[in-house]
Design a protein around this ligand. Structure first.
Ligand SMILES: Cc1ncc(COP(=O)(O)O)c(C=O)c1O
Length: 404
C-alpha cells in the first residue's frame, strides 16, 4: 500500500539535549575529505587506528570461544569466568569484591549508562568534571538528569577544585563522577586528592562512579584503583578492554560494585536493567577472562610509546607562540590551549585547522569547557614522526589564525 500520511516523524526532545562532540566533528571531516583533502584523525582514542594492535592471545580467546560454540546469549551479568577474573583483578588492586558484584558490560560506556540509569532519577544532579568525557553529560541528558560541573584546574595540572565542587552540591546531587586517569586532560590525581574526593562523597552520601578505563596506562605504571583507598565507601568502578587491552571494537568491559551493603539496592537495580539488554557480546567476554588472567606485557611497550608521544606533544605545543599545554601523565590525550583572537571560539580554531590543514581535533567546549577558553583535545597515538609533521602544520595554522 502506498504511504498516505504526510506527517514527518518527529524525534524526541531529549535528542536535542544529547551531544557527543568526539564523533559529531567527523561529519565536518567527511565534508573536507569530499573536497579531495585527506584528513588526519586526532579526534578518537582508538589505539587500533594506529600501530597498537590487539594482543594475539585475546584474539585467540574470542575465536576459540566462537569455534567452541559459545555464540548464544550469556547470563545478563556475564559469563562466570569473566566475572571471577574481574573480581580477582579488583581484589588484587586492593578492592575486594566478589564475582556476584561484578557485571560484564558492553564497554565502559555501558557501565556508565547502567550505573547512571539505575541510580539517578529525572531532575536529579550528578557532579561531573569540567572538562569531562562527554558520554556522562550525554547519558544524563537522555535520562532527564543534570550534570553539575566541578572545575578541574589547568594551573594545578588539571586537578579537581574541591572548593568549587563543594559549592556545586545541591540537595538533588546523587553521584560524583571521577575520571582518573583523565580523558581529556591526561591528568592522574595524587593520593591526597583522591582521599579528599572519597571523603567528600562519603560525607554527603554520594556514590562515586570511578571511571578507570585508563587505569593501566599511567606512564609510570598502573594507577591504583580509587576504591582501594576505602573499600567500604560507596564506589562503583569500571573499565574495559578498549584502551589498555587494545580491543575497543569488541565492546567488552566490566564494572565492580563496592562491597558495602549500602550499594546492595543499587547493585540489584543495575542487574535488573542489565536483564533488559540480555547480555554483552558473548565471545568477547572470553577475552576478558584471558586479558585479566593472562600476559599483560603489551602494556609495558604501550606505556613507553605513550610516554614518548606525550613528551613530544608537550614540548612541541609549549614551543608554539600563543599555545600552551599541561604535560599529560597517562593515556593518549593532551588538552592544549590556543590564545583566541577576540570574539573567536575554540570550535572556530578546530574547524579552521580541519579545513585549512586537514587535521581533526575536538574543541574544548565539546567536553564542557567554555567556548572562549581556547582549549582543544589532541589524541597523540600517531607515530612520533607523523606527530611532528602534524604539529608543524598546527603551529603554522595557529599563527595564521591568531594574526587573521
Ligand atoms: C573516560 C572514558 N570513559 C569511558 C570511555 C568508553 O570506553 P569503552 O570503549 O570502554 O566503552 C572512554 C572512551 O574513550 C573514555 O575516555
Amino acid at each position: 500500500m502506498p504511504p498516505t500520511s504526510m506527517t514527518t516523524i518527529r524525534p524526541a526532545a531529549r535528542v536535542g539535549r544529547f551531544s557527543y562532540a568526539i564523533r559529531q566533528v567527523v561529519a565536518e571531516a567527511k565534508k573536507v575529505e569530499a573536497t579531495g583533502r585527506p584528513v588526519r584523525y586526532l579526534n578518537i582514542g582508538d589505539p587500533n587506528a594506529f600501530e597498537f594492535l590487539t594482543p594475539p592471545h585475546l584474539i585467540e580467546a574470542v575465536s576459540r570461544a566462537m569455534r567452541d560454540g559459545h555464540n548464544g546469549y550469556t547470563a545478563s551479568a556475564g559469563i562466570a569466568s569473566a566475572r571471577e577474573a574481574a573480581a580477582a583483578d579488583f581484589t588484587a588492586r586492593g578492592v575486594p569484591v566478589s564475582a556476584d558484584r561484578v557485571l560484564i558490560t558492553s564497554g565502559t560506556s555501558e557501565g556508565i549508562e547502567l550505573a547512571l540509569s539505575a541510580i539517578v532519577d529525572e531532575g536529579e544532579d550528578v557532579l561531573v568534571p569540567s572538562p569531562t568525557y562527554p558520554l556522562y553529560t550525554a547519558v544524563l541528558a537522555k535520562i532527564g538528569a543534570h550534570p553539575v560541573y566541578y572545575r578541574t584546574d589547568p594551573a594545578s595540572g588539571w586537578l579537581p577544585d574541591l572548593e568549587h565542587m563543594a559549592g556545586a552540591v545541591t540537595a538533588k546531587t546523587r553521584a560524583l563522577v571521577v575520571i582518573d586517569p583523565n580523558n581529556p586532560t591526561g591528568a592522574v590525581y595524587p593520593e591526597a586528592v583522591r582521599r579528599q574526593l572519597v571523603e567528600f562523597a562519603e560525607a554527603r552520601g554520594l556514590v562515586i562512579l570511578a571511571d578507570e578505563v585508563y587505569g593501566d596506562l599511567g606512564f609510570d605504571g598502573p594507577v591504583p584503583a580509587l576504591a582501594a583507598l576505602a573499600p567500604e565507601a560507596a564506589i562503583i568502578s569500571y573499565s574495559s578492554l578498549s584502551k589498555a587491552y587494545l580491543a575497543p571494537g569488541w565492546r567488552a568491559g566490566w564494572m565492580g560494585v563496592g562491597a558495602t551493603p549500602r550499594l546492595d539496592d543499587a547493585l540489584a537495580a543495575i542487574k535488573k536493567l542489565a536483564d533488559g539488554r540480555l547480555c554483552s557480546p558473548g565471545p568477547m567476554q572470553y577475552a576478558v577472562t584471558a586479558a585479566l588472567t593472562g600476559d599483560r606485557s603489551h602494556q609495558v611497550t604501550f606505556r613507553a610509546a605513550l610516554r614518548e608521544r606525550a613528551a613530544l606533544t608537550t614540548t612541541r605545543f609549549n614551543a608554539m607562540p600563543g599555545m600552551e599545554v599541561v604535560a599529560p601523565q597517562a593515556a593518549f590525550y593532551a588538552m592544549p590551549r590556543v590564545t583566541l583572537p577576540a570574539g573567536r571560539t575554540d570550535e572556530d580554531f578546530v574547524l579552521g585547522l580541519l579545513r585549512a590543514r586537514g587535521i581533526l581535533c575536538v574543541h574544548g567546549s565539546g567536553f564542557g569547557l567554555p567556548a572562549d577558553g581556547g582549549y582543544f583535545r589532541v589524541v597523540f597515538l600517531a607515530s612520533p614522526a607523523e606527530l611532528n609533521a602534524i604539529y608543524d602544520d598546527v603551529a603554522a595554522y595557529a599563527q595564521e589564525f591568531q594574526s587573521a
